[in-house]
Design a protein around this ligand. Structure first.
Ligand code: NAP
Length: 258
């Protein structure tokens, strides 16, 4: 059961994989004032069918919003729409989950894969944080409580140990995903610098590794089911305070070395 008590929550890449499971678990807990803005790039398309089915079960809790992390206009438009929906209390929790993987090594990585991964995994989240910052600030001010928590105002960046300078070299043979790893290392730095910028507004920001999970991205061989990864991540997210601000943790609550 999710320990997250945030009321207004936005998740990117919410139509499948970990994003969909996050929406599912958050919509099933008993938080009264909860509203989830489940964003995806093609709300009416076949890849969003499972999300649309979930909305049918929880129509008053989930709203689907179009957001393509590769398209600055769609990010801006989504922020405008969510801004008008959240009201005066603002947005409590932004989960930057959307991401893409690309395989490759120094010898084989294509320029296109390097650009695409950087675009979706780094530039997208940067613009998303920027556009949603006003309503995150509103939530931080509205809470009236000191300190930091995801119930007040927070940005959680779903990253990976593949973006860790210390962890990736030893798993590189098993996961030759250079474009992905380089972009996620950039995403990790984005998390650290965003934390630096957001601290005066008491908006918590950190990077979270979900484990190796059976999704389209993680593959069949992965160690974890989405349910178990997301249960762990929500437990961690629910427990965060200013002590973890600017940090990097995994779904079990262990610190990950940068
Ligand atoms: P997934 O099953 O492949 O799902 C990826 C999600 O991101 C989909 O909803 C996809 O939407 C969305 N997405 C991709 N590009 C997008 C864009 N330009 N704009 C908006 N949405 C976009 O992957 P996952 O395993 O759930 O991964 C979620 C996050 O966890 C990623 O950031 C990933 O790096 C991270 N992670 C996963 C694992 C793992 O083992 N699975 C491990 C470490 C970290 P479409 O359906 O439109 O493509």
């Amino acid at each position: 059961m999710a320990a997250v008590k945030a009321c207004k929550i936005l998740i990117t890449g919410a139509n499948r994989g970990l994003g969909l499971e996050i929406v599912k678990q958050l919509s099933e807990d008993s938080c009264q004032k909860r509203h989830i803005y489940a964003t995806c790039r093609d709300p009416d398309g076949p890849k969003s069918e499972a999300l649309r089915e979930l909305v049918k079960k929880h129509p008053s809790v989930i709203t689907i919003i179009r957001l393509d992390a590769d398209d600055p206009c769609s990010i801006k438009e989504s922020a405008k729409k969510v801004g008008s929906l959240v009201g005066e209390n603002g947005l409590n929790l932004l989960v930057n989950n959307a991401g893409i993987v690309a395989n490759g090594t120094i010898q084989t990585s294509s320029v296109e894969d390097m650009k695409n991964t950087f675009n979706t995994n780094v530039i997208g989240p940067l613009l998303i944080i920027r556009e949603y910052l006003p309503i995150l600030k509103t939530a931080a001010k509205f809470s009236g409580t000191p300190g930091m928590s995801c119930n007040k105002a927070a940005v959680i960046n779903i990253s990976t140990v593949a973006g860790s300078m210390t962890r990736m070299p030893s798993i590189y043979n098993q996961f030759p995903t250079l474009p992905y790893a380089v972009s996620k290392a950039g995403f990790n730095m984005l998390s650290v610098l965003a934390a630096e910028e957001l601290k005066t507004d008491e908006i918590l920001c950190m990077a979270l590794h979900p484990g190796w999970v059976k999704t389209d991205l993680g593959g069949e061989e992965a160690a974890l089911e989405p349910k178990d990864s997301v249960e762990g991540m929500l437990r961690v997210i629910g427990s965060l305070t200013e002590k973890q601000h600017g940090g990097f943790m995994d779904y079990t609550g262990e610190t990950v070395t940068w």
